[in-house]
Design a protein around this ligand. Structure first.
Ligand code: XMP
Length: 524
């Protein structure tokens, strides 16, 4: 079995909003990488044994006191280094180059001319100018710029406003670029990252879905031996992939508890049972807890309170079921790499909590279970690839995200069964129309929201006084910011007609045209 962690890249995070994108591009090049905060202990960097290091961008200015310098160990390890944006400036400062505020920030597209025939950029170009020089269309975002090259370094790229837009010391395999190779706006960005990891760092492309599955299965077997593992299966992508992976690794030693809280989408509970219990033969205990959730939510209309009630009750029920089982030693969780990064925190990260996100599967406090987290190293797109590799249906693996509290936060105010039933029907019409118009994958997340206000309508047989459904569809790459999706009017017209014609409890359909910020994606 190939060792998928043998060749790896370390990404030092200086606080750029794009750092995770760097990691995703490296993984797409088939190479394992991890992100460490720029102020991580020196020993951690050495212990990681990277075959190359990438220094991210960041919001700081190299020219100010609060700057984060590059730790010496980065260059002492004698492995190739690529500095991006702030990473380039910090590298310049480290080796005695001059970095200064440019007065005017440069933000947006730029055309870079490659110079000096560097190994990093050679042959990678979007166009050629009249004099035969290769040009690259890139994305820039910086305030400072490098004014003089450090000694021993040569120029490898320049733009009109940044004469030093890239430099290198090819003997020491040190490279730096002012532009962001990790964003898709830089058209050949992936090729440049590929060149760095494959040719400069000489990493083999071992990080592939089949290898990831094999390695994870081996490691789970090793970790749990013949013990029983418990998993809270929600039907979401992450817990589904964990279920499929653990089933393949340990078969009937896996027991899944699926709590149907009555706040799932149309037919979702049955689908989960169909896929896991019936097709794959996984041991799944289904708990029909709709009434318990409805009772607990009665009279609760504050969004945060609803989240707490739903999250708390879930844990209670899950624990209750788990206690009925004998000899369980492990709890499996669908923790993925972005969760690991977030909880590790970083000196430069300044997250702000807008909503308390509740994810299914909190560790029951006094149950003394150890954790199995087979997706800890994976980004979401890798989880999907691994899910496909494990044979899960596309419709399950490619699904839009669904919040832990489910329809509980899509029914505004108090949750009632009849509201949930109405919302389920409307949501199903919207989603199936998106799918049949090939629009489902054009948007990042789409759903219907139930508004408990009544509006007057006139239908064929008279007056209707009923509730309102809002349709929400957004485009986003990270769910931190989002644009409302400009779905075709004819399409929205069709969805609206179907919802009003087919659901008596709805008198009016509206389309949400709020971006995030200032609105959030969910309504509550
Ligand atoms: P917001 O509404 O904060 O949503 O813009 C961003 C993303 O997070 C999802 N979301 C949640 N997921 N528990 C979850 O597991 C929650 O309480 C929750 N609230 C929002 C939301 O669907 C979107 O994808």
């Amino acid at each position: 079995m190939p060792d998928i962690h043998n060749h790896k890249i370390l990404i030092l995070d200086f606080g750029s909003q794009f750092t995770q994108l760097i990691a995703r591009r490296v993984r797409e090049a088939g190479v394992y990488c991890e992100i460490y905060a720029c102020d991580v202990a020196v020993q951690a960097i050495t212990d990681f044994q990277p075959r190359g290091i990438i220094l991210s961008g960041g919001p700081e200015s190299v020219a100010t006191e609060s700057r984060h310098p590059v730790p010496d160990v980065v260059f002492d390890l004698n492995v190739p280094v690529l500095g991006i944006c702030y990473g380039m400036q910090a590298m310049a400062a480290h080796f005695g180059g001059e970095v200064a505020p440019h007065g005017k920030s440069e933000f947006g597209y730029a055309t870079v001319r490659a110079r000096g025939h560097s190994k990093l950029l050679k042959g990678i170009q979007d166009q050629v100018n009249d004099e035969g020089h290769g040009l690259l269309d890139v994305w820039m975002s910086h305030g400072d710029r490098v004014e003089s090259l450090p000694e021993g370094f040569k120029l490898i790229a320049s733009t009109e406003s940044a004469p030093i837009a890239g430099f290198a010391n090819e003997d020491r395999k040190l490279y730096a670029l002012q532009f962001h190779v990790e964003v898709t706006h830089t058209k050949r960005g992936s090729d440049i990252i590929n060149r760095f990891v494959a040719d400069v760092c000489e990493c083999n492309a071992e990080w592939q879905p089949a290898g990831i599955v094999d390695a994870s299965i081996a490691s789970v077997k090793d970790q749990v031996g013949s013990d029983t593992v418990l998993l809270a299966l929600s039907g979401g992508v992450d817990s589904s992939v964990v279920a499929a992976m653990l089933h393949k690794a340990i078969g009937s030693q896996l027991v899944c508890v699926f709590v149907d809280n009555g706040l799932l989408r149309l037919g979702e509970g049955d689908q989960v049972m169909e896929t896991f219990a019936k097709s794959l033969g996984v041991r799944v205990i289904r708990v029909n807890a709709e009434q318990e959730f409805l009772d607990a939510l009665q009279g609760v209309d504050d969004p945060e309170q609803k989240r707490k009630v739903i999250g708390g009750l879930f844990i209670q029920i899950f624990e209750r079921e788990a206690r009925k089982l004998e000899g369980v030693k492990w709890l499996a969780q669908g923790t993925i790499y972005p969760d690991v990064i977030e909880s590790a925190g970083s000196a430069t990260g300044k997250a702000h909590v807008i909503k308390s996100h509740h994810n299914v599967g909190g560790l029951p406090a006094d149950m003394k279970l150890s954790l199995v987290e087979p997706l800890r190293e994976l980004f979401k797109d890798e989880v999907r690839k691994v899910g496909r590799e494990l044979g899960l249906p596309d419709a399950m693996v490619d699904r839009h995200p669904f919040p832990g509290p489910g329809l509980g936060v899509r029914i505004l105010g108090e949750v009632r069964k009849e509201y949930a039933d109405t919302l389920r029907l409307a949501d199903d019409i919207f989603i199936s129309e998106l799918r049949s118009h090939n629009l489902y994958h054009e948007v990042s997340q789409a759903f219907a929201v139930f508004l408990p206000v009544k509006s007057v309508g006139v239908t064929g047989d008279g007056r209707r006084y009923a509730h309102v459904i809002s349709l929400r569809a957004v485009e986003t790459s990270d769910f931190m910011t989002a644009n409302w999706a400009h779905l075709p009017h004819e399409f929205l017209d069709q969805v609206s007609r179907r919802i009003i014609n087919e659901i008596d409890a709805v008198a009016r359909v509206v389309y949400d045209i709020s971006g995030k910020p200032p609105a959030t994606i969910e309504w509550e």
